[in-house]
Design a protein around this ligand. Structure first.
Ligand code: ADP
Length: 600
């Protein structure tokens, strides 16, 4: 069958080699085939191949052998022999008489291939399992590998939704360059182009960029990282969704801004403190206690330094509550100012989360609230006192008149001057008490006037006449320009003009006249009371209508009064839908005007 030379070759070659007759009987087996079949030549020669390798019957190998035999052609294929756990590249030649079979053991090569396949698969699986979107670029910027997240990202985001746009084969740089000038992300795209280019060219090893990728319904941010590949040209590009972080940062910034606004706002004092020191304070707080930022920085503002000893117990309780509950219920106390005076405040606090030894306090200046409460108590007191005083004064007045009548009947006149002085004093006292009561009624808003038709001239005439009796120095003139009628409470309006006239007389001790004028207007009447007295300094002119307001200067020191007259007059005029104002020049005199709605 073979000559000796070729036999020697077959004996030596590294491939297994079999020769069979057309009945599948083995006629030659080389040592390599003996080895891989784990059979001895003597045991297999003359035997059918299918008897020697029964496990291969009906296998691919079996089929291919039969086809080759039938068609008389050469067959070439790879097959795995499970029994020997080996891969072979098999060649079968069939001639008229023989069948030749070569087995080239390719198990090692297959293993290498398989390992490469598995590792490639593993790499891809690992890449795909990552949430970061990853693409590998070659040196030209063409995408050579992408993971699943990248594909999803490409599908979900932006203009380049068509998958080819950012899948393997696309040039990533070209894709970014498609962002046009004027697009909102143009600047970011330019930065990205620059950065990726630098990494691909090797002039830098990494580049990163945070960029927004907002849709109409969702705000999102991504972090792009581009890193050069070790030892290979190209780069790895990843995009990580950093929306959660950015939103948290934004929320933090917003709350920090809010806290800063609060700290900077001058409406409320805000401090951060520990048990001993005020560590930080806003300007509102510093203004409240008259200290400076410098004092705070130098740790000169201490709790013990700003707390009057009376409040030590309250403070102690508050600190205890802060320890137990993390907050203390706001309470009222006082703080020392730097100048030693006290300011009433309300103070609440909450522990800081980062450092429970520190806490933030909100400090509210309640001086005004306290003052109002005090005012309220004062009003109540005035109301009650004037009410209580009225009864004994009325009794006193009655008794004086009784005494007067009794003495008169007994024809005793030696006490007359004393009695009339007593009466005058009682009248003064009664007027004072009535005024006090009126002020307290105004405060309590319990005034309700009966109104009637009044001829302004008649009313003023009556008042002028009465007042003229009280002064010997002044001539009071009443010049009437027109007859005007108004609707109002006669007694109350008399009270207004009585007050204006008595002030005019009282505050013009060196003048000899007071002028009263009635000036008609379309729908109103204006009455002016002009004196030529000491006048009212400009700065006090707005204040004189306030309750208990008196201008204090040397000239007025000896002039009696409690600052109630103009306040009451203003209230009465306002309740008649009118207005009261004044013009005055110090040392020249004052004119008070009252305007009231007139009946046409
Ligand atoms: P009083 O009872 O003190 O007079 P008023 O309310 O009537 O209270 O007046 C308030 C203050 O306004 C007075 O204390 C006085 O200083 C000033 N005043 C009022 N009328 C005049 C005036 N005609 N001339 C100068 N000062 C006046």
């Amino acid at each position: 069958m073979f000559n000796n030379e070729s036999l020697a070759i077959f004996e030596k070659i590294s491939d297994a080699f079999l020769v069979l007759d057309r009945e599948w009987h083995i006629t030659y087996i080389n040592p390599q085939a003996e080895a891989f079949m784990e059979k001895k030549r003597a045991d297999v020669l003359g035997k059918s191949l299918w008897m020697v390798l029964p496990e291969t019957v009906n296998s691919t190998f079996y089929m291919k052998c039969h086809t080759a035999l039938k068609k008389g052609t050469m067959s070439h294929f790879n097959d795995f022999f499970a029994a020997f756990k080996r891969w072979f590249a098999i060649r079968i030649y069939a001639t008229e008489e023989d069948i030749f079979i070569y087995f080239l053991d390719i198990t090692d090569q297959k293993e290498i291939e398989e390992r490469a396949r598995v590792s490639q698969w593993l790499e891809q699986a690992i890449l795909d399992s990552l949430t970061a979107t990853i693409a590998v670029l070659d040196q030209q910027g063409t995408i050579v590998v992408v993971n699943e997240a990248w594909k999803r990202f490409a599908q979900e985001n932006g203009r380049y939704q068509d998958e080819q746009n950012s899948d393997v084969g696309t040039n990533y740089l070209d894709m970014i360059a498609r962002v046009k000038e004027g697009d909102s992300d143009f600047d970011d795209a330019q930065k990205a182009l620059h950065g990726i280019h630098a990494v691909l060219q090797g002039s830098s090893t990494a580049f990163s960029l945070e960029y927004p990728c907002h849709s109409p319904t969702q705000k999102r941010w991504f972090l792009m990282n581009v890193t050069s590949l070790p030892q290979l040209p190209g780069a790895v590009t990843t995009h990580i969704d950093i929306t959660a972080r950015r939103l948290a940062e934004e929320a933090l910034r917003a709350s920090e801004t809010q806290a800063k606004h609060l700290l900077d706002s001058n409406s409320i004092g805000v401090i951060i403190a520990d048990r001993n020191y005020i560590l930080q304070a806003n300007d509102a707080f510093l203004k409240l206690i008259g200290s400076t930022q410098e004092d705070v920085r130098n740790r000169c503002v201490t709790w013990s330094g700003i707390t009057p000893p009376d409040y030590d117990d309250l403070d102690q309780k508050a600190f205890q509550e802060l320890l137990e509950r993390g907050v203390w219920t706001p309470f009222e106390k006082e703080l020392y100012r730097k100048d030693g005076t006290c300011v009433p405040i309300e103070i609440g606090a909450a522990q800081l989360q980062d450092d429970p030894r520190q806490f933030i306090c909100f400090v509210l200046d309640i001086s005004e609230r306290k003052e109002k409460a005090l005012e309220h108590r004062k009003d109540d007191f005035i109301g009650m006192a004037s009410h209580e005083l009225r009864t004994p004064i009325t009794a006193l007045k009655g008794l004086t008149q009784l005494l007067e009548r009794k003495l008169e009947r007994q024809n005793i006149h030696q006490f007359d001057p004393y009695l009339s002085k007593m009466e005058a004093q009682i009248t003064l006292l009664t007027k004072l008490i009535e005024d006090l009561l009126e002020v307290s009624n105004i405060q309590a808003e319990v005034l309700d006037y009966d109104k009637e038709l009044i001829y302004v001239y008649d009313l003023l005439h009556e008042v002028v006449e009465t007042l003229q009796h009280s002064t010997k120095m002044h001539i009071i003139t009443l010049s009437e320009v027109a007859h005007q009628t108004i609707v109002g409470n006669r007694e109350k309006l008399k009270q207004v003009f009585t007050n204006l006239l008595s002030n005019a007389i009282k505050f013009s001790p060196y003048a000899n006249k007071v002028d009263v004028k009635i000036v008609p207007d379309t729908h109103k009447v204006i009455i002016s009371v002009q004196d030529y007295g000491i006048g009212i300094p400009q700065i006090h002119q707005h204040e004189v209508f306030q309750r208990f307001y008196r201008v204090r200067d040397v000239q007025r020191n000896y002039m009696p009064g409690l600052g109630m007259g103009l306040y009451i007059a203003n209230e009465i005029v306002q309740r008649h839908r009118g207005r009261i104002w004044l013009e005055s020049v110090e040392g020249v005199g004052s004119t008070f005007y009252v305007s009231l709605p007139a009946l046409s």
